[in-house]
Design a protein around this ligand. Structure first.
Ligand SMILES: [Zn+2]
Length: 148
């Protein structure tokens, strides 16, 4: 499996199918798409992959906002990102998107999800609801932004 960081091209560490950039200024994370050959609709298989990736547990009221960079479409010259909000750990949420588990994937991320470049949290649900559109707005200078 290719293991260079998809954001900065630096070195990564691997746990299961999850790759994490070891450059602290970057910190991007991505799931290798080979994980999609596992039967992720099966909850036991899905949970096992989360364990292998050592995704930290979250508390009941934790919420997060996150940013996933998308692969460029043919002839696209600008990068795009998807901004979302979740009560799951963001790395786990990313996998729900990629695998479209229980139809909980965004079409943008299912097809073009490339690398999670950032997440914020844990925070309260209220804060996350406020932060999501703010973050989308902040990213508009640099990216085409999809959210919500
Ligand atoms: Zn990186």
């Amino acid at each position: 499996m290719k293991n260079k960081c998809r954001a900065c091209k630096g070195e990564t560490s691997q746990k299961g199918f999850l790759f994490k950039c070891i450059n602290k200024d970057c910190g991007a994370v991505f799931w290798h798409r080979k994980i999609l050959s596992e039967n992720l609709e099966n909850d036991i298989v899905f949970k096992k992959q989360l364990l292998l990736a050592e995704i930290p547990p979250t508390k009941n009221k934790d919420h997060f906002v996150y940013v996933i960079q998308l692969s460029r479409k043919k002839n696209e010259v600008e990068d795009s990102v998807y901004v979302g909000r979740t009560w799951r750990h963001p790395y786990e949420r990313y996998l729900w998107h990629l695998s479209n588990k229980n139809k909980q994937g965004s079409s943008h991320v299912i097809k073009r999800g490339k690398v999670m470049i950032n997440f914020e949290g844990p925070m309260s649900q209220q804060k996350a609801e406020k932060r999501e559109p703010e973050l989308a707005e902040e990213l508009k200078d640099k990216f085409i932004v999809y959210w919500g």
